[in-house]
Design a protein around this ligand. Structure first.
Ligand SMILES: [Fe+2]
Ligand SMILES: [Fe+2]
Length: 157
């Protein structure tokens, strides 16, 4: 049974790896930069939607005096990241400020992941204990579907 905490952590690790790959590229390797940036935006978009659809609402319901989960803050951070991603989407990869923008995105995401993994995920294990299997199944299904739809789009179906 897919565990939502593991799904989220695996996504985080994968996107950090993509950022590392991006950072290791030569400044003038714009072709590979463009490809990696595309992969990063795709991974972040699917991940954020998955959390917003199946994870954050459940956490919000579980907020109590004993568990004051910062879900609104997490959501606001998603919004900030989305704004940067929208800018990157229309910016040519050859632009002088492209790397700087990617760095700002990475810093934003690193901070968000840190908070999620230290504040939200450990608490989620407690407050969503009885629902973890169900949420994990929904999240995995969503991810598989999103990736498949993207593939269909790429294949022109
Ligand atoms: Fe996340
Ligand atoms: Fe998140």
């Amino acid at each position: 049974m897919p565990n939502p905490i593991e799904i989220i952590k695996n996504d985080h690790a994968a996107v950090k790896e993509l950022f590392n790959e991006y950072n290791a590229l030569e400044a003038d390797n714009t072709e590979r930069k463009g490809e990696l940036a595309g992969e990063i935006l795709k991974a972040l978009t699917i991940h954020a939607r998955m959390e917003e659809k199946f994870f954050y609402p459940k956490l919000k319901e579980a907020i109590s005096e004993e568990h004051p989960l910062p879900v609104d803050e997490a959501q606001a951070e998603h919004h900030a990241a989305k704004m940067i991603m929208l800018e990157l989407k229309v910016m040519p990869v050859t632009s002088e400020t492209y790397d700087a923008k990617m760095t700002v995105l990475e810093e934003n995401i690193t901070h968000h992941i840190e908070e999620e993994e230290t504040e939200l995920l450990p608490e989620a294990e407690t407050v969503l204990a009885g629902e973890l299997d169900e949420i994990g199944r929904e999240m995995q299904e969503y991810k598989d579907d999103a990736n498949k739809n993207l593939l269909d789009k790429l294949l022109g179906e």
